[in-house]
Design a protein around this ligand. Structure first.
Ligand code: 4AD
Length: 463
């Protein structure tokens, strides 16, 4: 059966007006009088629904009128212009076939539901306006990201999800094992004997594809990963998920400055792309989710991001310590409240903060000449705080080994990574963009649970 989509109707109405078409979709609302009725149908192809008018001349008029919100229909009829109405056109139906009825206890009725309630029905929430907009924009952002990197010749690398090393060294890994938890095989010293496990070693779900990504950057020069990552971080916040997607470009023959330029270009590209490709959805967010969103994004797309060192940022923040729950001083990690203060109150635009103390950053970051700070960069944005974390990488073999020793990392777990510094090491840099935080930033949604189809967070792995 050839179905016309509602999107096609809106994009090219002249082609369809006064012609017979067939659409398939779900009832958003339905009301009838004795001789005719109206059904608002959403077919999922477009943010706007379509009104269907049906008449008692149809054999199954009574059956149609009995249908509940949520029922699936296939409607055939003529598309007619309705210049006086809110919608530009409607279908005068000649046939309405009920493909699947909907029980009267359908949880999505024609009223406003809270986001909290909708989280309890994550299998049905994509049928609401808000989540139609969120998940279409999420899909478009993913496409824009691929397009951005592909246009620039980056190679998309699929890094593994099961790994034997901890990229961030933070120990926040979900273990992957086939061992019987009740009867764990033990070594003489009481530790678990992983030689009996599937991979013959201890393995986990990846927290980042970076280390594997770096190996491909040393062959292709410019690469990116885009895949799921997992963190057993016990942070029950609106910005943390246990399973989230990350985009990790890695560029050879490049330093921190090149890295920031790439990140800034990428964010601006994504913003322009969704403003262009999803105007209905973006207007919806601007009206109902975050007033001022469009103005803010347009400003970001057309102005330079601020750049400040960690040391300078701390000097600024210390002056406002009375406003913070956690007081700032040199050496402390910046909390969300500090990040948001910098980007929302001080700079009022995205900010790159660079050169953090080595103690609060990962082992692979390039040591600066002061021997105290590393060439790290975080990108902070209003409303969220950190959206990107990255660095120039330590490319000197001796220095990297020394740093790993200091942090008591086992060299044998990172042999492949050290090899890169032995065979044609280059200056190189990269970053990780948290995909969900990016979606939050572009939609104005304030909880990460509302931008992931089926979120996994502390105490929550439903569906
Ligand atoms: O700063 P992070 O930990 O950096 C890395 O993993 C590096 N290996 C990236 C790289 O240089 N290739 O994480 C990067 C980004 C953060 O800025 C944040 O946006 C997101 O990933 N992120 C999370 N998003 C949702 N839930 C979590 N639990 C997150 N942890 C990090």
């Amino acid at each position: 059966m050839k179905l016309t989509t509602v999107k096609e109707l809106y994009k090219n109405p002249e082609q369809f007006l006064d012609k017979e078409i067939t659409i398939g979709g779900w009832i958003r609302s339905i009301r009838d009088s004795k001789t005719f009725g109206f059904i608002v149908v959403n077919d999922g192809s477009y943010f706007q629904p379509l009104q269907v008018v049906y008449h008692d001349s149809m054999e199954n008029f009574a059956d149609i009128s009995k249908q509940n919100v949520g029922a699936a229909l296939v409607v055939t009829g003529t598309l007619v212009a309705t210049p006086q109405a809110k919608q530009p056109f409607e279908i005068q139906a000649t046939e309405v076939a009920v493909e699947g009825g909907s029980a009267p206890d359908y949880p999505l009725q024609k009223k406003r539901h809270t986001l909290e309630y909708l989280r309890t029905i994550s299998h049905l929430r994509p049928r609401t306006n808000t989540f139609q907009a969120v998940f279409r924009v999420r899909s478009l952002i993913a496409y824009a990201i691929h397009q951005f990197f592909q246009e620039r010749g980056f190679v998309y690398v699929h890094t593994p999800l099961i790994t034997g090393s901890d990229c961030e060294g933070a120990g926040e890994m979900f273990r992957v094992t086939t061992l019987d938890m009740e009867n764990l095989p033990k070594n003489e010293d009481g530790t678990v004997d992983y030689s009996k496990d599937f991979f013959n070693k201890e393995t986990s779900l990846t927290v980042s594809g970076q280390l594997n990504g770096e190996t491909y950057a040393q062959a292709f020069r410019s690469i990116y990963t885009f895949g799921p990552t997992f963190r057993a971080e016990n942070s029950n916040t609106t910005r943390h998920a246990a399973e989230f997607w990350m985009i990790e470009p890695e560029i050879a023959f490049a330093d921190l400055e090149d890295n920031m330029n790439l990140a800034e270009d990428m964010l601006k590209y994504i913003i322009n792309y969704v403003l262009e490709e999803a105007p209905e959805e973006m207007n919806f967010f601007n009206s109902f989710v975050d007033k001022g969103l469009l103005e803010r994004l347009k400003l970001v797309a057309s102005s330079d991001f601020a750049r400040v060192t960690y040391t300078e940022a701390v000097e600024i923040l210390e002056k406002h310590n009375d406003k913070f729950e956690y007081k700032v001083s040199w050496g402390t990690d910046l909390q969300t409240e500090h990040e948001r203060y910098l980007t929302e109150e001080i700079y009022k635009r995205p900010v790159f903060v660079t050169d953090y103390p080595k103690e609060i950053k990962a082992f692979y970051m390039k040591m600066n000449e002061d021997n105290k700070t590393v060439a790290a960069v975080d990108c902070l944005v209003p409303g969220i705080g950190e959206i990107i974390g990255g660095s120039q990488r330590e490319d000197d073999y001796e220095k990297l080994v020394a740093r790993m020793k200091e942090l008591e990392l086992r060299e044998e777990d990172y042999q492949f990574y050290l090899d890169l510094r032995k065979y044609g090491s280059t200056r190189h840099a990269g970053f990780g963009l948290g995909f969900e935080r990016c979606v939050m930033y572009l939609t104005g949604m304030s909880n990460i649970r509302d931008v992931i189809p089926f979120p996994r967070t502390v105490n929550n792995c439903e569906l």
